[in-house]
Ligand binder design. Structure first.
Ligand code: PEP
Ligand code: MN
Length: 337
């Protein structure tokens, strides 16, 4: 349930509301917006059903929520959330760009990629050090050596680091080097990992699962927020459909859906969303037009020799061209890149 306070409600009114909710054995989550204050009620469904709040002073109305997620819901938090990553804001006027290779392969490869993405205007360096691969015989990533390279090269270029975590026991290790924890599609419903990240003091970028509905995805985000970590960024990366021409079907309607249902920022991954470098540019342009808050794009200095995802990686030259196009589309959307 959410309780919408009237615009002229006093501090005392709010305190009484919170007291009554807590006395019923429930928890509150207060969201103070510029115009209205909203009190989210969290806890046992039966207790919430018995809670009568409409007659209290300062209460404008109460709204029963049918979806299970609450903290993630726009009903709870009508204004867009801006996730601050050490000064880089995700969800504001600027569309952020995270770019780099699928996997960290060597310091030389990473440096070449980092220079290119920095020159193109990206704010984040991406790169996997722990790679969830379909085959156990494929390159699995450089683990901590890769994380060290990411931090070193990103610092050289003045970029932030976003990298994947695949195991809750790696939280401290990955957190030592990363600015954002990436939860990959295959781990979207790894609830132990989500719960652990709920206690993290760093933002989390949560990718949509391979076949996850929007509701399942938002519930996964709720796990992180319910643990106390409010800095969650969603990432649409394509879902599995009957189509095989593309690696996945990039669901750009998810951008509009998430904007309606949630206050969290959403970024788009056209690289995994299509699996074909030729389609990355048009889909990235479309994502910006659809209203996304950022993009994550695979860029490799030499895609033909990449150890993973070369087919969907842009060359530095193509990345640069894309960034020029994105600037023009962002301007139409009254945003910047
Ligand atoms: C990746 O970003 O390299 C990756 C493995 O993505 P996803 O989890 O979306 O497949
Ligand atoms: Mn990849």
């Amino acid at each position: 349930m959410i309780i919408v306070m009237s615009p002229n409600a006093t501090k005392e009114n709010l305190e009484k509301v919170v007291k009554k909710v807590e006395a019923a054995g429930l928890r509150t989550h207060i969201s103070e917006g510029e115009e209205v204050t909203i009190v989210g009620v969290i806890g046992d469904k039966k207790k919430i059903a018995n809670l009568e709040m409409n007659m209290m002073d300062g209460v404008e109305k109460t709204v029963r929520i049918t979806e299970k997620y609450k903290l993630v819901s726009r009903n709870f938090h009508p204004e867009d959330t801006i996730v601050d990553v050490d000064g880089v804001k995700v969800g504001g006027k600027q569309i952020v760009v995270m770019a780099g290779p699928c996997s960290v392969e060597s310091v030389e490869q990473l440096r070449e990629a980092a220079k290119a993405v920095k020159a193109g205007g990206a704010q984040f360096l991406r790169g996997g050090a722990f790679k969830p691969r379909t085959s156990p015989y494929d390159f699995q990533g450089l683990a901590e050596d890769g994380l060290k390279m990411l931090r070193q090269v990103a610092d050289e270029e003045g970029l932030k680091v976003v990298t994947e975590i695949v195991d809750k026991d790696d939280m401290e290790l990955v957190g030592k080097y990363a600015d954002i924890y990436q939860v990959g599609a295959r781990n979207m419903q790894n609830f132990q990992l989500l719960k652990a990240l709920g206690k993290a003091d760093k933002p989390v970028m949560l990718k949509r699962g391979l076949s996850a509905t929007i509701s399942e995805w938002l519930n996964a985000a709720e796990y992180i927020m319910a643990g106390g970590n409010e800095r969650v960024i969603l990432c649409e990366r394509g879902i599995r459909t009957y189509e095989t021409f593309t690696r996945n079907t990039l669901d750009l309607s998810a951008v509009a859906a998430v904007k309606e249902l949630s206050h969290l920022p959403i970024i788009v991954d056209p690289s995994h969303g299509t699996g074909r470098w030729q389609m990355v540019q048009p889909m990235a342009r479309a994502a910006v037009a659809a209203g996304c808050d950022g993009l994550i794009i695979e860029v490799h200095p030499h895609p033909e020799v990449a150890l993973s995802d070369g087919d969907q990686s842009l060359t530095p030259k193509n990345f640069n061209r894309l960034m020029e196009d994105l600037g023009k589309i962002a301007a139409v959307m009254e945003r910047t890149v």
